[in-house]
Design a protein around this ligand. Structure first.
Ligand code: ADP
Ligand code: ZN
Length: 344
């Protein structure tokens, strides 16, 4: 079992990681509790929830990104008020990123903020969204448009929950893990040495390394203002644009596709180490099949909306050498020209 501490100017969070973390730490959560989960997670872990959170208020969200709305946020807050929660209560998010984002937002709003605990059950939420305090709902068809920065006091990361995850969700989380590999030497060398990067034992063992990286970043740029937290968006400019345009694959797979294209762009611009780029691309290809997109320029149009951009230019975070990355700013026309070249 590993404990990782996150210290920011606004708070201290403790992140418990390891097999059995749930059974060890869930019973220690005291006081009035209110748990938010989703229908899929409740179908699998409902009994466990009842056993470990006796008498606790419960809200079950319909599974899926479509539930990350004001309507459900308002419903959760209403259920919290009906349960007569007081200011010293704890809101527990038990599920993937959707549950974590909306329950975290509800915790940050109820009575101007009550204690929040995250128990992430997907690989993606374990390595990424449950740590760092970003909460949100989608609004006006824009993902995460409305939200807060609100750190959970505790995060309980138990890889045993990954045993019930569908393969698609494993691949999705693996996408973000390979993103960490491009940012962090430890994650990189462990992935290179591992014969089966899909094995749950391996994935469970690398989760704390990814969290350690994220904690280091968030502790120096909690509110995403000085450019450091932006590095966590590596691969996401092109990846997110392709995700919006082509859909179908999971977020993590699109991050990998985005990284793959952006590595080629960085190579054409002679930014970083060519041998290292080739190694990273081989790693990506072990996790996802890279499609050749004929209409990539149409997808690229959606990169104009990316939140990292300033003014007219497109911003890409690209690796340069092991553990190092940089931000590239390209005009939209140059970005599209380079993307098309990658496809040739
Ligand atoms: P993410 O964590 O990828 O951001 P979601 O919160 O939508 O996104 O979770 C992805 C899907 O996985 C949802 O359908 C959710 O109900 C389901 N899910 C979450 N945790 C588990 C689990 N441990 N086992 C099986 N399915 C799960
Ligand atoms: Zn992501």
């Amino acid at each position: 079992m590993t404990d990782i501490l996150l210290n920011t100017s606004s708070c201290k969070s403790i992140i418990h990681c390891g097999d059995g973390a749930f059974v060890k730490y869930a019973p220690l959560l005291g006081g009035q509790k209110f748990l938010v989960t989703d229908t899929n997670v409740n179908a699998i872990y409902g009994k466990l929830i009842k056993e470990y959170f006796v008498g606790c208020g419960l809200y079950v969200l319909p599974a899926g990104e479509k539930s990350k709305t004001f309507r459900y946020l308002s419903d959760i807050l209403a259920a919290m008020a009906d349960a007569e929660l007081n200011r010293s209560c704890t809101v527990i998010a038990f599920g993937g990123g959707v549950v974590g984002d909306i329950a975290g937002l509800a915790a940050s709003l109820y009575m101007r903020g009550v204690n929040a605990v995250q128990i992430p059950t997907t690989l993606l939420s374990q390595v990424d969204s449950s740590v760092g305090g970003k909460t949100a709902v989608d609004f006006k068809n824009i993902k995460n448009l409305v939200g807060t920065f609100y750190q959970p006091s505790e995060v309980i990361v138990d890889p045993l929950f990954l045993k019930t995850l569908p393969p698609r969700e494993i691949r999705c989380g693996l996408g973000e893990i390979i993103k960490y590999a491009a940012l962090d030497k430890v994650v990189y060398s462990k992935l290179l040495k591992e014969a089966n990067i899909f094995s749950l034992d391996f994935l469970g063992s690398i989760v704390p390394d990814c969290i350690r990286h994220k904690v280091r970043v968030v502790s120096v740029d909690e509110r995403d203002v000085n450019g450091i937290r932006k590095t966590l968006n590596l691969g996401h400019t092109t990846g997110h644009a392709a995700e919006l345009y082509y859909r179908r694959k999971s977020h993590g797979e699109f991050v990998l596709i985005g990284m793959y294209y952006e590595l080629h762009i960085a190579e054409k611009l002679k930014i970083g180490d060519v041998k290292y780029y080739a190694e990273l691309r081989r790693l990506i290809e072990r996790a996802v099949k890279i499609p050749v997109y004929a209409d990539i320029e149409k997808a690229a149009g959606l990169a104009k909306m990316d939140k990292k951009n300033t003014g007219e230019s497109i911003s890409l975070v690209v690796p340069t050498s092991e553990g190092e990355s940089t931000e590239l700013k390209l005009s939209f026309d140059e970005y599209v020209r380079l993307l098309k070249e990658v496809n040739q």
